[in-house]
Design a protein around this ligand. Structure first.
Ligand code: ATP
Ligand code: FE
Length: 351
């Protein structure tokens, strides 16, 4: 089957074509991401209204480019998959409306996809991972350990009780006057720094695999202010050391909690990571070492499939289609949509 996927839940407008063979293997035929970084740069963060308008303007272009790159017409596709949440509602709506229009025009099935399921199922597209596997989903808005048992069955083992690491990377970048998105800029600065500034390792003293990252960001703020007071400004070297020390603290929390999650997860085929923060080279290497230590295979999709993209949405749609799950034109956009909605009915808990 050939699936067209659309993604517009945050600040990237994306469309992709993915094929799923009868044996369950996947292949990316085309993968277009139109970024909005420039539009939001002067605001120091994503402005939802600007993002929504840009998605509405660009989503058709992304679809055309994805089809053209694949050398296909809309009618060569078997279904249209679209992110139906969670995310910024204006952007999600722009994608859902576009997908409904295409579905109605070409008479193709419409499949609503949970953005987080897209991230969490990516290792099946890239590496053909079999269920069940342990997933650390670590992104701009989420951080959780999931036992992925089926394309629609995710058991949450623990996660952040406050900020997501990606959010912390972005806030730290803002505190240090580095460009957004913060992850790549902090990682680049950290590469030139040393882990010499003492920062906390929140919740390591507590059992289980829940995490906390908001205190870390506050500790970076204090360390920055102390450096500014001492030096009358933030020296380049201190900024680099702050980035290295912050990244090291995130690494230490994620690795220790991953050890515990691996112990809790029971029999799994692999330890996989996904989500934007999983694009970070230092974190990937550290998490790979944890898996090795536990004698468990490690899987991390290529960085451009960790950050937001539509190939993961097309793939998750292909998995739903294979299971006979399709939606219709009543498909709704959901700003909040926890992956384990069944198991954890408390909306708003455990980002
Ligand atoms: P969610 O998937 O939770 O809804 P999102 O879609 O906004 O959130 P992603 O695109 O999956 O998030 O990830 C974006 C986040 O990943 C940003 O916070 C960004 O700073 C972070 N990120 C990207 N690259 C890196 C990196 N190299 N190191 C650390 N963080 C990174
Ligand atoms: Fe995402």
């Amino acid at each position: 089957t050939t699936i067209l996927g659309l993604e517009s839940s945050c600040d990237d407008t994306a469309a992709a074509i993915v094929r799923r063979a009868a044996d369950g293997t996947g292949a990316i035929v085309s993968n277009i991401v139109l970024r909005q970084d420039d539009l939001h740069a002067s605001f120091g963060g994503i402005v939802p209204e600007i993002a929504a308008r840009a998605h509405a303007e660009k989503i058709d272009l992304a679809v055309e480019a994805a089809l053209e790159r694949a050398g296909l017409g809309l009618r060569d596709c078997d279904a249209i998959a679209v992110t139906a949440g969670p995310g910024l509602i204006g952007g999600v709506l722009a994608g859902v409306m576009c997908a409904k229009g295409l579905s109605a025009a070409a008479g193709l099935p419409l499949i609503g996809v949970n953005h987080l399921a897209g991230h969490a199922l990516t290792p099946r597209l890239t590496d053909g991972l079999a269920f069940p596997y342990l997933m650390l989903l670590v992104s701009g808005g989420h951080c959780q350990f999931l036992r992925v048992e089926a394309a629609d069955r995710f058991v949450r083992l623990g996660g952040t009780i406050d900020d997501a690491p990606g959010e912390a990377f972005d806030k730290v970048a803002r505190l240090l006057a580095l460009p957004q998105p913060g992850g790549p800029s902090v990682e680049a600065e950290a590469a030139a720094g040393t882990e010499t500034i003492r920062l906390p390792r929140p919740l390591l003293d507590r059992p289980g695999c829940d995490m906390s990252f908001s205190g870390l960001k506050t500790a970076v703020l204090r360390a920055r202010d102390a450096a500014v007071a001492t030096h009358g400004g933030l020296p380049r070297g201190v900024r680099r050391d702050l980035c290295a020390s912050f990244q090291a603290a995130v690494r230490d929390v994620l690795t220790e909690k991953s050890r515990r999650a691996l112990a809790l997860s029971g029999d799994v085929t692999a330890f996989a990571v996904a989500g934007g923060v999983a694009a970070n080279g230092t974190l990937r290497a550290a998490l790979e070492a944890v898996a090795k230590e536990a004698g468990c295979p490690f899987v991390a999709p290529p960085p451009d499939l960790c950050t937001d993209n539509a190939a993961m949405i097309a793939w998750a749609g292909a998995e739903r289609l294979a299971a006979g799950q399709v939606d219709d034109l009543t498909l709704a956009a959901r700003p909040r949509w926890p992956l384990d909605a069944g198991a954890m009915p408390m909306l708003g808990s455990g980002k």
